[in-house]
Design a protein around this ligand. Structure first.
Ligand code: KG4
Ligand code: ZN
Length: 341
């Protein structure tokens, strides 16, 4: 079947077409330049930019797929979690299309979408697997038992890993979004040069606020004067502290539950060092690793369409009075077939 996916939960307006698990088009209009002056996403600006972009993005996704709207058989849209004003733009566009074309609408969970991005690859994971969802808003480890069946094994107690990247970049005045700049700069640095803390060693949960504070303390000690020679080492060491705990805790979760497959997804999974470290660690422990290509790690609609197609094929759809939700923990997605809240 041909399914159109729409994503607008944060600062990317995206549309994609998927057919029988294959990606036919994937269009992403990024708002980075609109928010960079503020060092973070400004929700009101994000909503307005989504409104400006959404029709053109959908039209482009249709053109790239070589299809007309009349050929689309279902619309999948991110219902949450995310910025409510931003979500409503994508949701309204999806509802209008579903109504106008008389096709089913399905609202999907953004985090579940990130996990399902790994199903768009040739080599797909098989249930059960452990998934690390690591993005600007989340750092969660799940035991994924089946479609819509999750057990939360660990989560951040404070900042998300992506936030730790973004806040460090803001403090060091490196630009936005922080993860991408730090990823590049860290390549030229020594990850062992500085000792940053690795918090909550004996817990399945994460904490990144102490790490952020320790960077701030270092910054204040030298009155913000960090030499250009030292900067790559600081950034590489800071990045390594984040990656160390992500790799260790995810691997531990898999081994403790006797799981042989790990999925790593979400914006931070685009990080080159993280990809390398996960590849080494999983290979050494006989665990198979599934990380979507970088373009499917950061926010996109391909993952929404892919999940939507599976849900629609399983007979799940939503009515046109579906509302957006800013908070929607994945655990409440619950067992397949159950009515979702
Ligand atoms: O999944 P995503 O696009 O949006 C959310 O759902 O939050 O993730 C965005 C986050 C941002 O914090 C950004 O800095 C981070 O992903 N990110 C990266 C990289 N690319 C994006 N972090 C580290 N290295 C990267 N290459
Ligand atoms: Zn995301």
């Amino acid at each position: 079947m041909f399914v159109l996916g729409i994503e607008s939960s944060c600062d990317e307006t995206a549309a994609a077409v998927v057919s029988n698990g294959k990606l036919l088009s994937n269009v992403i209009a990024s708002q980075i330049k609109d928010h960079s002056a503020y060092g973070g996403v400004v929700p009101e600006i994000a909503s307005r930019k989504h409104i400006e972009a959404v029709s053109a993005v959908i039209n482009q996704a249709m053109a790239d797929a070589g299809l007309t709207l009349k050929e689309i058989e279902g619309v999948a849209v991110t219902r949450g979690p995310g910025l409510i004003g931003s979500l409503l733009v994508g949701l309204s566009a999806a509802k209008a299309l579903a109504y106008g074309l008389n096709i089913p609408l399905v609202g999907v969970n953004h985090l579940e979408g990130h996990i399902m991005a790994s199903f768009l690859a040739e080599k797909k994971p098989g249930f059960p697997f452990v998934a690390l969802v690591v993005s600007g808003g989340h750092t969660n480890v799940y035991l994924v038992k089946n479609y819509h069946k999750f057990q939360l094994l660990g989560q951040t107690r404070d900042d998300a890993a992506g936030e730790a990247f973004d806040k460090a970049a803001k403090l060091l005045d490196l630009g936005y979004p922080g993860g991408v700049v730090i990823d590049k700069m860290a390549n030229a640095g020594n990850p062992k040069a500085f000792a940053f803390p690795r918090a909550m060693k004996d817990s399945p949960d994460f904490s990144f606020s102490g790490l952020k504070t320790s960077l701030l303390t270092m910054f204040k000690k030298c009155n913000g004067r960090i030499s250009s020679e030292e900067l790559p080492d600081i950034v590489a060491s800071y990045q390594e502290a984040i990656i160390d705990v992500l790799v260790d805790k995810t691997l531990k979760a898999a081994l403790e539950n006797n799981i042989k497959q790990i999925v790593v997804c979400g914006g931070v999974a685009a990080n080159s060092r993280l990809r390398e470290r996960f590849a080494t660690a999983t290979a050494a422990n006989n665990v198979e690793l599934f990380i979507p290509p970088m373009i499917l790690c950061t926010d996109n609609a391909a993952m929404i369409a892919a999940l939507g197609e599976i849900m629609l094929k399983n007979g799940r759809s939503d009515s046109l009075d579906l509302n957006a939700v800013s908070r929607w923990p994945l655990v409440s997605v619950s067992a397949a077939g159950e009515k979702r809240g």
